[in-house]
Design a protein around this ligand. Structure first.
Ligand SMILES: [Zn+2]
Length: 485
C-alpha cells in the first residue's frame, strides 16, 4: 500500500444558546410538546417577514472574535434552496453560497492554535463563520405507518465554522474540534454538547502523493457527533481512498456518512456544488449592518479564553503545564479550580487534588461538577490543613471522602473524628518504642544500615498503629534518634 498524505478541513455546526429563534420571537425549548413554539415566520408562511435576533448576531461576533476573525460590518443574507420534508419554507436563510459577490459571512480569516503530541504549536486557519437557521424534525417512531413533523426546531440559530484545509491527520482534526468546542464553551455562545446535537462536525478529506503535491479530490463525511467518530471516520476514509488510488482509480467527489458499527464511510449523495442550491440574496432581508462600536463592546466583554487561562494557571499558581492543560479543558472545572486556588496556600498541591481526587469522583457522579457538594473554598481549606501539618495527606483523603459525601467543612470532620495529626514527640515516641519492641530483629537490621527498606517498614507500622495520625516527618526523626542510641 502506498503512503498518501491527507488534507483535512472541518465544518462545524453549532446551535447558539439564545432564548429565541433566529428570525422570530419563538422560544427555543427542547423536549416539549411538538409544534408548541411556532409562528408564521419560522413556518415560512407567505408574507411573513424575518427579523434577525440581535443576541444571535452578538454571539456570532463574540465567537468570531474568540477565533481571531475579522468581522464583516456589512454582512449579507442569502437563500439556499432545498427540499426537505422537515423544512416547510423550502429554503434556508444563510450567509454563504453562489457568486463571490453574495459571499459576506459575518466572520472570516481567523485561526486557532493546537498543541500537537510532540509539543509543537500548530496554527489552523478559520476560513469563515456564517449564521444560518436549523430545520425542523421528523419523528418516525410514534406510529408504524406514519411519520410526524415537529417544527419546534425550525429557525433555531446556528453558526457554521469552516476551517482551512490545514489539518494533516485525524489526530489533528480531533485537536482542532476539541479546541473549537472549548472556545464555544468558554464564550458561552453554545452549549456545544455533541451528544445532544448542539454541535456536529463534517469532515472534508482528500489524499495526495506528497506533502507539496496539489490537493486531491475530496469527500465530505457528514454529521460526526463525537471525537471518536470523527477520528474513526477519517481513518476509514483514508483507507478507502488509499485502496482506490493504489488500484489506479480516481476518488469521486461525494457526500458520505459514517457507520460506526461497520467502521465504514457510505456514500449518500454524489458530487454536489454550490449552484445546485440556486443561492440568491435573501429578498426579505436587508444587509446585516453592525457598527464598529457594537463589535468593540463585544470584544471588551470577551471572557478569558482557554489558552490564556492555561498560561495564567502556570504563571500565577505555579502548576505544571500538563496540569494547567487538564484543568482548563472544561470551563466549569477551570473556574472551580480558579476560585479554590485563590484561597489556597499551595495551589500546586491543590491542582493534584482537583485532578486526581475531585475529577475522578466527578466522572462517576450523576450531574457532574454541578452536583458536587464540596465548595472550592472547602477543598482549599483541606489542602491548607495539610500544608500547616494539622492533618497528614493520608488522613486528608479520608476527610475528602467524607466531605464529598456530606459537603461538611473539613475542620468539622477532623474535630468530630479526632483526626488531627499528632505532632507531639512525647505522644509519638512511645508508639515508636512499642513497634521496635515488637520487631527487634528488624530493628537490628535497620540499625545496621544494611537494609534501607527497613525504615519504610517502621514508619508504616507506626503510622498504622497511630491510626494514620502521627506526623510522618517526626516518626522518621524519632526512628533515627533511637537507632543512633
Ligand atoms: Zn417563530
Amino acid at each position: 500500500m502506498a503512503k498518501y498524505f491527507p488534507v483535512i478541513g472541518l465544518e462545524i455546526h453549532c446551535q447558539l444558546s439564545t432564548r429565541t429563534k433566529m428570525f422570530c420571537g419563538c422560544e427555543i425549548e427542547v423536549n416539549t410538546t411538538a409544534n408548541k413554539h411556532v409562528c408564521p415566520v419560522c413556518l415560512g408562511m407567505p408574507g411573513a417577514m424575518p427579523v434577525p435576533n440581535r443576541k444571535a448576531v452578538e454571539y456570532a461576533i463574540r465567537l468570531g472574535l474568540a477565533l481571531n476573525c475579522e468581522i464583516d460590518l456589512n454582512a449579507m443574507w442569502t437563500r439556499k434552496n432545498y427540499f426537505y420534508p422537515d423544512l416547510p419554507k423550502g429554503y434556508q436563510i444563510t450567509q454563504t453560497g453562489g457568486l463571490p459577490v453574495y459571499d459576506h459571512p459575518i466572520c472570516k480569516n481567523g485561526w486557532i492554535e493546537v498543541t500537537l503530541e510532540d509539543g509543537t504549536v500548530k496554527r489552523i486557519g478559520i476560513t469563515r463563520i456564517h449564521m444560518e437557521e436549523d430545520a425542523g424534525k421528523l419523528v418516525h417512531d410514534m406510529s408504524p405507518t406514519s411519520s410526524h413533523f415537529d417544527a419546534n426546531r425550525c429557525g433555531t440559530p446556528l453558526c457554521e465554522i469552516v476551517t482551512e484545509p490545514d489539518i494533516r491527520s485525524p489526530e489533528e482534526a480531533v485537536l482542532a474540534l476539541q479546541k473549537i468546542k472549548q472556545i464555544l464553551e468558554y464564550t458561552q455562545v453554545s452549549n456545544a454538547n455533541m451528544e445532544n446535537g448542539n454541535m456536529r462536525c463534517d469532515g472534508n478529506i482528500s489524499l495526495r502523493a506528497s506533502e507539496d503535491a496539489p490537493f486531491g479530490t475530496r469527500c465530505e463525511i457528514k454529521n460526526l457527533n463525537s471525537f471518536t467518530n470523527l477520528e474513526k471516520a477519517l481513518y476509514a476514509e483514508i483507507m478507502l481512498q488509499t485502496v482506490t488510488l493504489d488500484a489506479g482509480r480516481e476518488v469521486e467527489q461525494c457526500t458520505k456518512r459514517f457507520d460506526p458499527n461497520a467502521n465504514k464511510t457510505i456514500v449518500i449523495r454524489s458530487k454536489e456544488d454550490a449552484h445546485d442550491y440556486k443561492y440568491f440574496p435573501e429578498p426579505d432581508m436587508v444587509r446585516l449592518v453592525t457598527s464598529p462600536e457594537f463589535v468593540e463592546n463585544i470584544r471588551k466583554t470577551l471572557p478569558e479564553l482557554p489558552d490564556a487561562r492555561r498560561e495564567r494557571f502556570v504563571n500565577e499558581y505555579g502548576v505544571t503545564a500538563y496540569d494547567a492543560q487538564v484543568l482548563t479543558i472544561e470551563r466549569e472545572v477551570s473556574e472551580w479550580f480558579d476560585s479554590a486556588a485563590k484561597n489556597c496556600k499551595t495551589p500546586k498541591i491543590l491542582a493534584n487534588w482537583v485532578i486526581s481526587e475531585l475529577l475522578r469522583e466527578v466522572k462517576e457522579l450523576e450531574g457532574g461538577l454541578a452536583a458536587v457538594k464540596i465548595t472550592p473554598e472547602q477543598l482549599a481549606t483541606l489542602v491548607n490543613l495539610i500544608a500547616d501539618n494539622t492533618i497528614s495527606g493520608k488522613i486528608a483523603k479520608q476527610v475528602f471522602a467524607e466531605m464529598f459525601e456530606t459537603g461538611e467543612d473539613p475542620e468539622k470532620i477532623i474535630k468530630e473524628k479526632g483526626l488531627v495529626q499528632v505532632t507531639d514527640v512525647s505522644a509519638i515516641e512511645p508508639i515508636v518504642r512499642e513497634v521496635i519492641a515488637a520487631n527487634e530483629k528488624q530493628f537490628a537490621e535497620f540499625k545496621s544500615g544494611n537494609n534501607p527498606k527497613m525504615k519504610g517498614f517502621f514508619v508504616g507500622q507506626v503510622m498504622k498503629k497511630s491510626g494514620g495520625k502521627a506526623n510522618p516527618g517526626l516518626v522518621n526523626q524519632i526512628l533515627d534518634k533511637l537507632a543512633a542510641e
